[in-house]
Write a protein that binds this ligand. Structure first.
Ligand code: SER
Length: 578
């Protein structure tokens, strides 16, 4: 089965079972500065697991691109990737374990769908602990479907628990589905440590909200969040031993092969994975830099160039590979159609890195051995990948390097952990109310102060919204009161909030404003706040949401502070009270 057909079949199966298709979101989480990347299909759905109503209903399905850097060290083996696609289906307080497990089983094994061998399936379920009981319910459902006891493993938090993606938020025990990929017959007993049992699908029973202190509070509703590793299932369906041999990678790998000087497979796989990831990241608006997302992108490109070097590729090649990625995927992910921008950014970074390489190589070549501190300097100042330094020079006092390197990693980890604080999980009702209030504030400011007001930035926590905008003098008390009055009047009128996705051009034509993050996406989300009685539009902004459905949910709006940020930019902090 071709990979394209699998995407279609999956959607069809769940649509037939009452699911609505939702689009794959950007790899850069919209309007959420607290996480670096979209790492799972469930991420944009977090508020809906808690208490928000999803416009598409309670049963959702999609394919979603995701990026995870945790496995970067394993990329090059048969099954690990940084960028990959997930097939996901969700129940937002609707169906529960029974339907979820039965449907997964039916989709995988029924001849009408994937028709995989039942004899090659195994599952794991949650073994239980002092807080959450052993998941006998899931185990019994599996057994009732014919999975024998010895193919059911009971595992703990490390393995059979999913989420929250940040520090706090929705999470729960899961049941994972494995498929035997060995050439021999599968052993009767399932051993989760045997790598020939490949995990293909994860059904998470999201029923808890994890607090800052790690405690679990039951959610109001039981949710299901499933995610199937697309490349892995394609590998199985196409009877290949590695994901890099599937139709998803075939032309990418043969491109790399055609410019390589050697037959070594692993570096080719790393180049393929990293450049595929980089292509998608740039398409979603990330550019190489030394910080956060840009830094990850830079690392991916630089590692790809380094491994290209190992393959004996000495010309600029990243765009050649990216062009094949674009060709392969642009029908499914139209954001890739902006290929000039993607190729330009890649090439710029490759050229920059090649210059760095040349400089660093000079330093390295003049010396046989370098000290740990010098090695670290090469890593930090020149962005030399660690692997390359080790390969090129014997590093003296390598503990010193390792130590510095560890410290550096520690720092980066804390920095990114900091990013999660108050993150996704705080897409709580409070944050959502403030989100919509911020749109109304934007509009009121434009009406009261004038159309020179443009949003320069915003940041929302549980406590307040902070809104920066262009305006060059202090607001008078009367102006502040008038802004508050308008916002509160709109809240009182119980306006409706509607989300639509549309081509960027249409959104512009409709006069949507706001900070537009997905620079290269064709389809954008637009939130319109309007009066349902006469269809008057009060506000229309580009935004990833989420928002309340009725403005009456917001509460009373109050400006807490108005101050200068820089020349020509003012800042308002505002709160809402029930
Ligand atoms: N969130 C779960 C995962 O990423 C299931 O979709 O594995």
């Amino acid at each position: 089965m071709k990979s394209a057909e699998l995407r279609e079949k999956y959607l069809k199966f769940f649509v037939e079972r009452g699911h609505k298709i939702i689009p794959s979101v950007s790899l850069v989480p919209n309007e959420d500065p607290s996480v670096l990347f979209t790492t799972a299909g469930m991420q944009p759905l977090i508020p809906y697991f808690i208490d928000l109503e999803h416009q598409a209903g309670r049963r959702l399905v999609n394919y979603q691109k995701v990026l995870r850097t945790v496995d970067i060290g394993e990329v090059g083996d048969d099954t690990h990737l940084t960028f990959f696609e997930m097939l996901g289906n969700w129940s937002l307080g609707d169906y529960w374990k029974d339907d979820s497990i039965r449907w997964s089983y039916e989709f995988l094994t029924d001849k009408k769908w994937l028709g995989l061998s039942k004899e090659k399936l195994a599952v794991s379920v949650y073994e239980g602990d002092s807080e959450v009981p052993k998941d006998e319910e899931a185990a019994d459902i599996w057994k009732s479907l014919g999975i024998p006891q010895e193919r059911v493993a009971y595992l703990g938090r490390e393995d059979n628990w999913w989420g929250p993606p940040g520090i706090t938020g929705p999470c729960g025990p899961d049941t994972e589905i494995f498929y035997w990929t060995g050439k021999s017959e599968p052993p009767a007993r399932f051993d989760p440590k045997d790598r020939k049992w490949v995990e293909i699908w994860n059904n998470v029973f999201i029923q808890f909200n994890q607090g800052m202190d790690g405690t679990l509070k039951p959610l109001k509703q039981n949710n299901v969040d499933t995610g199937m590793g697309f490349e892995r299932i394609v590998m199985i369906l196409q009877d290949k031993e590695s994901i890099f041999e599937t139709d998803l990678f075939e032309s990418i790998m043969s491109k790399i092969q055609s410019i390589s000087q050697n037959q070594d497979d692993k570096p080719k796989r790393i180049v393929a994975d990293h450049l595929r990831a980089a292509t998608f990241l740039i398409a979603d608006g990330v550019v190489p830099s030394n910080k956060d997302r840009g830094y990850i992108l830079r690392r991916l490109i630089r590692r790809a160039v380094t491994y290209g070097r190992k393959l004996g590729i000495d010309h600029e090649f990243t765009t050649e590979v990216a062009a094949v990625v674009i060709e392969n995927y642009q029908n499914v992910y139209p954001e890739l159609a902006h290929s000039n921008k993607i190729l330009e950014e890649l090439n710029k970074e490759e050229i920059k890195f090649r210059q760095t390489l040349a400089r660093g190589l000079k330093i390295l070549e003049s010396r046989k051995q370098i000290t740990g501190a010098e090695a670290f300097d090469l890593f930090q100042t020149y962005g030399f990948p660690f692997e390359l330094i080790k390969e090129l020079a014997e590093v003296e006092q390598s503990e010193e390097f390792e130590e510095q390197f560890k410290k550096h990693q520690e720092l980066s980890r804390t920095a990114s952990a900091g990013q999660f604080k108050g993150g996704l999980a705080s897409h709580s009702k409070k944050v959502i109310r403030l989100h919509t209030a911020t749109h109304l504030l934007n509009q009121a400011l434009r009406e009261v102060l004038g159309n020179h007001v443009w949003q320069k930035g915003s940041n929302i926590t549980e406590e307040r919204t902070r809104f920066d905008f262009t305006h060059d003098k202090k607001m008078s008390d009367a102006e502040k009161q008038e802004v508050e009055r308008r916002v509160n009047q709109w809240i009182g009128n119980d306006l409706r909030v509607k989300k639509e996705t549309m081509p960027l051009e249409d959104a512009r034509e409709l006069g949507a404003i706001g900070v537009f993050g997905e620079k290269y996406a064709d389809e954008v989300s637009v939130y319109t706040i309007f009066n349902p009685e006469n269809d008057d539009v009060i506000s229309r902004e580009f935004c990833g949401g989420p928002h309340v459905a009725h403005t009456a949910e917001i509460g009373k709006f109050k400006i807490a502070k108005e101050e200068a940020v820089s020349a020509g930019v003012r800042r308002i902090k505002a709160v809402v009270e029930p």
